[in-house]
Ligand binder design. Structure first.
Ligand SMILES: CC(C)(COP(=O)(O)OP(=O)(O)OC[C@H]1O[C@@H](n2cnc3c(N)ncnc32)[C@H](O)[C@@H]1OP(=O)(O)O)[C@@H](O)C(=O)NCCC(=O)NCCS
Length: 367
């Protein structure tokens, strides 16, 4: 059975920064309160021309470059997002088109902030089964578009960004070792984005009622999160036959420093074993774990051979953890340039649209 190795990684963050002081000009809050209760100092906010697909493409091209893998060799693209560009088509298909991944299947996965762990596990399982050889796993968000900037309970927490991993099959042991996924829909009402779905299709009433904004019972979500982070980590570890002492790094969902500190207490681990960068990005939902990992890799913290656990929770309710042995890129001959495939992707997309148009004209004449 092939192993699924993480061989490439990339991130994208919009440049505009929104600080706590900026938010204090919009709602009754202040920098000290936000830092003390969440650990967040600032977050990135997408410009008008940035979307989950554009951020996802930027992160994906970087990940494919590190993996030295052509977009045309990618078998599957899974995009986890809590703020997908449309209900359909899937953001994954927009990414597939823009990077020129001509043979890839593509779909979106919705498990809120646990989505990246779910998607990574799904991609790894497809590789382990032998049905595919490579997968691009993307977590991409422009959550700022769903924030009520008058609601101090939520507007302090979230930010925009994207992260992507490449998974590749190899006979060499390692890579994704185990994963656990959980859900509890009885807590679905604790964190919602209702407007625009089929229960509350967009209308003047949904707009008036603010259903197009994220709504959250912060205290309850906090309690749930502190309960599940340590237990999910332990479950993933025992499924992989590992103990917590063998783990070099824990990469938690970057929601709130106090939730991460509770997980550290639950696991009896010091905080320096946790990778944390939420002070600069806030909660970027599905993108938070890959962004934290990419930054940590760039600092040289995570090294080949390190055993790591990613753990997260989110709306649904959902939660999960994934244990892996870090590999790094698989050595290969020659260099591919995934960036160049963007131009190929644009051309391919244009030609396909033009052909579809001409075919449509001919078909209509035949009727
Ligand atoms: C949202 C959260 C930061 C609030 O922190 P908290 O310590 O639970 O704060 P509380 O909700 O108990 O509020 C305490 C007080 O601060 C006030 N408050 C809430 N937000 C505030 C803000 N931004 N600035 C100042 N005061 C604020 C509340 O109104 C409350 O005042 P009251 O006691 O007079 O009613 C915290 O509950 C949290 O992080 N929850 C998890 C959310 C999460 O991770 N969501 C994403 C899941 S993927």
């Amino acid at each position: 059975m092939p192993y699924a190795h993480i061989t490439g990684w990339g991130m994208a963050a919009p440049e505009p920064i929104l600080t706590n002081d900026d938010i204090a000009k919009m709602v009754d809050t202040n920098d000290a309160w936000i830092r003390e209760r969440t650990g967040i100092r600032e977050r990135r906010i997408a410009r008008d021309n940035e979307f989950p697909s554009t951020l996802g493409v930027e992160a994906s091209i970087k990940a494919l470059t590190i993996a030295n893998l052509r977009p045309t060799d990618v078998d599957l693209i899974i995009c986890a997002s809590s703020s997908p560009e449309y209900i359909f088509p899937a953001t994954a298909c927009l990414i597939q088109d823009q990077i020129g991944a001509s043979k890839a299947g593509a779909f979106d996965l919705l498990a809120a902030c646990s989505g990246f762990i779910y998607a990574l596990n799904m991609g790894a399982q497809a590789i382990r089964s032998g049905s595919i050889k490579s997968a691009l796993i993307v977590g991409s968000e422009t959550l700022s578009r769903f924030i009520n900037w008058k609601d101090r309970n939520t507007c302090i927490l979230f930010g925009d960004g994207a992260g992507a991993f490449v998974l590749q099959a190899s006979e060499r042991p390692g890579g994704v070792l185990s994963a656990v996924m959980h859900s509890d829909g009885s807590g679905g009402d604790l964190l919602t984005l209702q407007g625009g779905g089929s229960r509350y299709p967009a209308s003047e009433t949904t707009l008036h009622d603010g259903r197009h904004y994220i709504q959250m019972d912060g205290k309850e979500v906090f309690r749930f999160a502190t309960r599940v982070m340590a237990s999910a980590t332990q479950e993933a570890l025992s499924a992989a036959g590992l103990t917590v002492d063998e783990i070099r790094w824990i990469i938690p969902h970057q929601a709130n420093i106090r939730i991460i500190e509770a997980a550290a207490r639950g696991l009896k681990l010091p905080m320096d074993r946790f990778i944390v960068n939420l002070e600069r990005y806030g909660n970027t939902s599905t993108a938070s774990i890959p962004i934290a990992m990419v930054e940590s890799l760039e600092k040289g913290q995570i090294k080949p051979g390190d055993k790591i656990v990613m753990v997260g929770f989110g709306a649904g309710l959902t939660w999960g953890a994934l244990a892996a042995e870090w590999t790094g890129p698989i050595p290969s001959k020659g260099h591919v340039h995934p960036e160049q495939y963007r131009a190929f992707g644009r051309l391919r997309s244009f030609v396909r649209r033009a052909l579809r148009f001409i075919e449509g004209l001919l078909y209509r004449r035949e009727l």
